[in-house]
Design a protein around this ligand. Structure first.
Ligand SMILES: Nc1ncnc2c1ncn2[C@@H]1O[C@H](COP(=O)(O)OP(=O)(O)OP(=O)(O)O)[C@@H](O)[C@H]1O
Ligand SMILES: [Mg+2]
Length: 258
């Protein structure tokens, strides 16, 4: 448990929902992916999604951003049902930052140009734009690679760039699809601290999914296990790892946090 204690600087208290998925069902062809799924993100909360490959985690992010529409069910952001809102309206109106599982950057632009391209759309003031880009370059230690084309970066460097891009517009809701994948141990630790600080200092509400379950549990307030299209277990990290449904569906018998 030492990891969890180390990273849980501040426990989540607020109960007001900023985002909810109510009774969401989705099929691809005849295959049921989500089956009457309910999920709630409270204001200022860090929520972790865990589930086996193909459980529907990335699909949930795509439903929230509007890349996909559910067959049934309601998606509510900040008290408004947004099912009919197109992608750009959801991301701009509710200031949603999204780090997709794959891609999320301009291949032919350098690291600096990638950040600049997004900043030019989202930040009016030139001085704040420069300040923001410089602070993200420094936070993610991108300075040595700022003039390298994104396509030529390593897997972990690309991931850092995409997370930095998602933070350019100071999102209120941040969606992170496997942010720890391809990152080295020290960078994972830095990112965990960044995630917790975004919550504590900037009051950002965050959903993240990852297969690095220990790393995820170390920085979330609460987590859910998605299995067979539903949430089969939810709770704080320490309660979830003891939960029998969670162990059966995801962790297995031998999972421990030392
Ligand atoms: N556009 C699509 N058309 C058909 N099937 C799809 C589509 N998108 C996703 N699927 C299927 O939906 C299921 C859920 O996919 P999803 O990418 O959400 O899983 P995941 O939980 O993110 O998995 P992983 O942990 O491997 O990233 C998978 O069986 C996938 O093949
Ligand atoms: Mg996925």
């Amino acid at each position: 448990m030492s990891n969890i204690k180390k990273f849980r600087i501040k426990s989540f208290k607020e109960k007001k929902s900023i985002l909810s998925l109510d009774k969401i069902s989705l099929k691809f062809g005849k295959k049921i992916i989500l089956d009457n799924l309910n999920l709630k993100l409270n204001n200022g909360q860090i929520l972790g999604l865990l589930g086996p490959n193909g459980a529907g985690k990335s699909t949930i992010f795509n439903l929230i951003t509007g890349l996909l529409s559910p067959d049934y069910g309601k998606i509510t952001i900040d008290t408004k049902v947004v099912n009919e809102y197109p992608i750009y309206q959801r991301t701009l109106k509710y200031n949603i930052g999204f780090v997709p599982q794959y891609g999320g950057y301009f291949h032919d632009l350098t690291v600096y140009e990638n950040l600049q391209a997004i900043a030019e759309i989202t930040i009016d003031s030139q001085s704040y734009r420069m300040e923001k880009i410089d602070s993200l370059i420094s936070k993610f230690e991108l300075d040595p690679i700022r003039d390298i084309k994104a396509d030529l970066l390593s897997g972990g460097q690309k991931k850092k760039l995409v997370i930095a891009i998602a933070l350019v517009s100071d999102p209120k809701i941040l969606l992170l699809d496997e942010p720890f994948a391809a990152l080295d141990v020290m960078t994972i630790k830095t990112l965990q601290e960044i995630i917790v600080n975004l919550q504590s200092n900037n009051k950002i509400s965050i959903i993240l999914c990852d297969h690095q379950a220990r790393d995820l549990l170390a920085c979330v307030d609460t987590a859910v296990i998605i299995h067979n299209g539903k949430v089969v277990a939810q709770g704080t990290p320490s309660s979830l790892i003891q939960n029998i449904e969670a162990r059966n569906a995801y962790f297995g018998d031998s999972f421990k946090i030392s």
